[in-house]
Design a protein around this ligand. Structure first.
Ligand code: ZN
Length: 114
C-alpha cells in the first residue's frame, strides 16, 4: 500500500498507474486492457478492469532507423514487464537499459517509457 503521507502524485506530469484488465479465470493481467482474456479460450476469460502501477523492467528494446511515414527517426520501442506480470510494448522517450526499472506514462493512447 502507498504511504498516505507521501506527496501524490510525486510529479504532476507522471501518471503513476495505468489501466489493465485482469482475468478471473487464469489471473493474468493485460495492458492495454481488453474485453476478454487473450490467454483463455473464448468465453472462459471474464475480465475486470484495474489500475496497476505504471512501472516495470525492460526485457528488450530496439531502435528503428527506418520508420513509417508520419514518425520521426530514430524511434526506440521496448518490451516492459510490469510488476503485475503484464508485458507491454512501449515507445521510448529515451534509450532505456536492459533490466532497467522504468516509469511508464500514457500519452495520447500510447504507453511511453519516460
Ligand atoms: Zn485468462
Amino acid at each position: 500500500m502507498r504511504n498516505p503521507y507521501a506527496p501524490y502524485p510525486p510529479f504532476p506530469h507522471i501518471m503513476p498507474t495505468i489501466q489493465a484488465s485482469k482475468c478471473a479465470n487464469c489471473g493474468k493481467s493485460v495492458v492495454p486492457p481488453r474485453a476478454t482474456c487473450p490467454f483463455c479460450k473464448p468465453g472462459k476469460g471474464a475480465v475486470s478492469q484495474q489500475m496497476v502501477e505504471a512501472r516495470g523492467k525492460v526485457l528488450s528494446f530496439t531502435t528503428m532507423e527506418l520508420v513509417p511515414e508520419g514518425f520521426t527517426a530514430p524511434r526506440t520501442v521496448a518490451i516492459v514487464e510490469l510488476e503485475c506480470g503484464a508485458r507491454v510494448m512501449c515507445l521510448c522517450a529515451r534509450e532505456p537499459k536492459m533490466d532497467e526499472t522504468v516509469q511508464l506514462e500514457e500519452r495520447d493512447g500510447q504507453i511511453i517509457v519516460v
